[in-house]
Design a protein around this ligand. Structure first.
Ligand code: CA
Length: 239
């Protein structure tokens, strides 16, 4: 998993960092709320460990801004020294997914992050997909195109999964926004930017863009570029 740690206590941050990295995760860290919000808003992470007491922007405000302004639904595990019911309720109201009180066991942090991530992806991605030379396996978070690995941010992966799940269909912008962002209002730029990132990554991996724009309607898989005889001809679940 790609994990972001937002914590100003250098000891706690480095313990978390080292433990998670040793567990095979890709870890990034931010020592204050402004840096944390900036990194979290990129949408490049599978989950976020968020301290409540932070300089510049506190954890509750950060979480709310992440959900409401940046429209990022990455799972957030809040950590704090406060452990009253009110504090917990406040965290959940601001959009946290889980809550852990200091001091905590590093193993428990990891276990909760794995559970949050599983729940989050389980909601969206259920099965492995293959269309022509394009494959997406949600269990390993791997996408490959023409035999080459494709690195994608979570939202781009979600968009590709939606398109691959019904490759014959033209997917309208509304449909994609609804499925990827849960119906929250997005500017058309958000979808366009993610589609651009997705198509660029696929083109770099396979030499051609397997997604085509259907003018005025939306997007679909291109039969030729995805390597399928006709779109959907070789769609199937991998065991
Ligand atoms: Ca703190």
């Amino acid at each position: 998993m790609r994990v972001l740690i937002i914590e100003d206590d250098p000891d706690i941050a480095s313990n978390l960092y080292d433990f998670l990295e040793a567990g095979g995760h890709t870890v990034d860290a931010a020592p204050d709320g402004v840096t944390g919000l900036h990194l979290a808003s990129s949408g490049q992470f599978d989950c976020i460990v968020l301290d409540i007491g932070l300089p510049r922007v506190d954890g509750n405000v950060l979480c709310r801004r992440l959900r409401e302004d940046a429209r990022i639904d990455t799972p957030v595990l809040m950590i704090t020294a406060r452990d009253t019911l009110d504090d917990k309720l406040k965290g959940f109201e601001h959009g946290a997914d889980d809550y852990l009180v200091k001091p905590f066991a590093l193993k428990e942090v990891e276990a909760r992050l794995v559970a949050l991530h599983r729940r989050h992806t389980g909601k969206s991605i259920q099965r492995a997909l293959t269309v022509g030379e394009l494959t997406l396996d949600p269990r390993t978070l791997r996408v490959s195109y023409r035999g080459n690995d494709v690195k994608l941010p979570p939202k781009c992966m979600r968009l590709l999964e939606i398109i691959m799940s019904q490759p014959d269909r033209i997917h309208t912008r509304d449909d994609l926004e609804q499925a990827a962002w849960g119906g929250r209002q997005q500017t058309s730029d958000t979808l366009r930017t993610h589609m651009h990132l997705l198509r660029r990554a696929l083109t770099q991996a396979g030499g051609t863009d397997p997604v085509e724009t259907v003018h005025g309607m939306g997007y679909r898989l291109s039969a030729k570029a995805s390597g399928a005889g006709s779109p959907g001809a070789s769609v199937g679940n991998r065991p």
